[in-house]
Design a protein around this ligand. Structure first.
Ligand SMILES: [Zn+2]
Length: 105
């Protein structure tokens, strides 16, 4: 398994997004991740309690939301879930694991 450290700031399209792990966004079970791209506040927030695979899948889901907005697409939530799930499986198949541990970033 190759472990890739996910940086605390990632570039997607023409914007930089801070990647934040949060202890509380998952409390109502409605959000595993949130993306914010208003003005300069560009963040992807992931529920810190998720497993590594769930974090990977959620990060990809949120990145797809950014793609949606950047390119003016409209994709249903479950469509985003399907693509994120498939890409996560592909990374797993390749033996690539993402490391979200803040101390390592
Ligand atoms: Zn979504």
């Amino acid at each position: 398994m190759d472990i890739i450290k996910v940086p605390s700031r990632i570039r997607i399209g023409n914007g930089y997004y801070d990647l934040v792990l949060d202890d509380h966004i998952g409390e109502d079970w409605s959000h595993m991740g949130i993306v914010s791209h208003t003005g300069r506040d560009r963040r992807i927030v992931l529920d810190s309690h998720l497993s590594n695979l769930e974090k990977t899948e959620t990060l990809l889901h949120e990145i797809l939301h950014i793609v949606e907005i950047t390119f003016g697409l409209k994709i249903k939530e479950n469509g985003l879930d399907c693509v994120a799930y498939t890409l996560t499986q592909f990374l797993e198949y390749l033996g690539i694991e993402l490391d979200f541990n803040k101390e390592n970033r």
